[in-house]
Design a protein around this ligand. Structure first.
Ligand SMILES: [Zn+2]
Length: 111
């Protein structure tokens, strides 16, 4: 039985420990099921365009920053750092002028 190479260092000497795969070279541990789930994430922007990690987006509407009076204007640029599955705030973004924050996918447009 063979396992996919380590996602961190590409080592092929991966072994299985219960439900997780473990890399003996860099000590990275991951769950192959979770990686599979992430690959099938289909998160779409305001126009129905599929979004991916690393994509540059702009805000499709004015957004209030939670816990402050700051408002991010429509057209503000952001980069998607990570995507998570959820009802809202699927995008972990780095937003120009606001830093890292969670943004709802349908409130952005792919740049
Ligand atoms: Zn590794």
């Amino acid at each position: 039985m063979s396992f996919p190479p380590c996602p961190s260092c590409k080592s092929e000497f991966v072994y299985k420990d219960q439900n997780d795969l473990v890399c003996p070279e860099c000590a990275y541990e991951w769950n192959p099921q979770e990686i599979l789930a992430e690959e099938t994430l289909t998160i779409k922007d305001a126009n129905g365009t599929l979004l991916g990690e690393g994509d540059k987006v702009t805000l499709a509407k004015d957004l209030k920053v939670k816990g402050s009076s700051q408002v991010l204007k429509v057209g503000t640029k952001a980069v998607i750092r990570r995507m998570v599955e959820g009802k809202d705030h699927q995008l972990d973004c780095k937003v120009d002028g606001a830093g890292e924050m969670m943004v709802t996918a349908k409130f952005v447009k792919k740049a």
